[in-house]
Ligand binder design. Sequence first.
Ligand code: SF4
Ligand code: SF4
Length: 446
Amino acid sequence: MISEPNDFLSSLDARADSILDACSQCGKCVEVCPMPGIVGVDASDPGQIVSGVLDILRDGAGPADSETWATACTSSGHCIDVCNDGVNPRFMLSLARRAIKKRETAEVRRDAGKQGFKKMSQGVRILSRLQLPPELLSRLNPSSHPERDEAPDLIFYTGCNMLRTPHIGLFCLDVLDRLGVSYEVYGGPSNCCGILQMRPGDDANAGRQAYKTIERFSQTKTSEVLAWCPTCQIQFGETTLPSHSGNNPDFDMTMFAVYLARRIDELRPMMTSPVPKKVALHEHPGAEGVVTAVKDILSLIPELEIVELEMPQVGYMLTSLASVPDFRKQLIATELAAAEKAGVTTLAGVYHSDHRELSSHENQWSFEVVNFMELIGASMGLHREDIFKRLKLMQDVDAIVADTKDMIELHKLDPEEVRDVILRDILEDQMLPLDRTEHPDPLGTG
Ligand code: SF4
Ligand code: SF4
């Protein structure tokens, strides 16, 4: 039985009420949060800021500093472990943003969710097809799943946007194959986590979307879902799964890298090819355990050295820093400069969306940009071309269309639509300008 989205809405309301009861307004979550300093909120009375957030939960409005804090939250998660009163402050702020969004009409919120979803679906559909032939595409984004007598060991859940950089997903499947596990792959827009509706406040459709996906996972009877994307992990783990009352889904959701670290003893004898590189990792703290897991796994690779850049620990991916675009530019510029100064050969990202930004800068710097799965793959003798990076570095729509001509024909794509998507989702999808002379001063230099 599929839970009704109304359950979802009333559950969110009930969970907001529980937070109002539980929060002691101690202010510890504000004290550890990097965002007040970044957005200029006076946090000298942290309890007061939280008190204003509770006003927002209760009445839909609160003091300006509290609203600014709630909308600036980048989900870094530093607050989660410091609360002694059983509140997840990150989820509390997500509920506060929901309350703020309710000031818009339901129609405006629904339209914003619809537009966001439509744009994402189109981008994912075109970019994945420009890079993969049908047989590889159906491996990473199957349109149907066979009936099984037995439950698969796990589900590999790509989320939506990883399909824009499909070589990363194919590496994940290659490694799962080597581990000999049985799995089903779910993802793409039809198995969305609902975040694109949730952000603009269309919670009804966010719940509908997420519950459908949860039911599909449940039907496989698997006991574990591996999430690639931290957005999905946070959305399911903190927002939708705890509200879902249908079949009481009997699966755990684990970040893919954390799962790999759990299987580290089996990976060790497979990761034997030397990868003589000096590697800095592009880190975000938001998905618990992922950075440690990635470093533990990379440290198995012969001749690979990990270099620490000591960057600020903010957000869960670069996209999560959308509320602070200038800070985000500074963060990326600072990291690129620090990586060059440290003499690394390689800057490795953890997530797909970070790869889209970081790889675009490769031609301007002294090091390569890869995703960490490429390094694991190299140590196991696996290779998948990073077609996205090759196309992005062309920086020319005609060159990209010419390069992907065969795929456009093979998938019968509309050439005009392809051009529009290349412009919007490859060339204009840029957080920091490529030209180093246009970069802001590094963080900490005024
Ligand atoms: S999740 Fe991060 S940014 Fe959001 S409130 Fe907690 S510490 Fe601050
Ligand atoms: S959410 Fe937790 S840490 Fe934050 S003020 Fe309330 S009780 Fe304190």
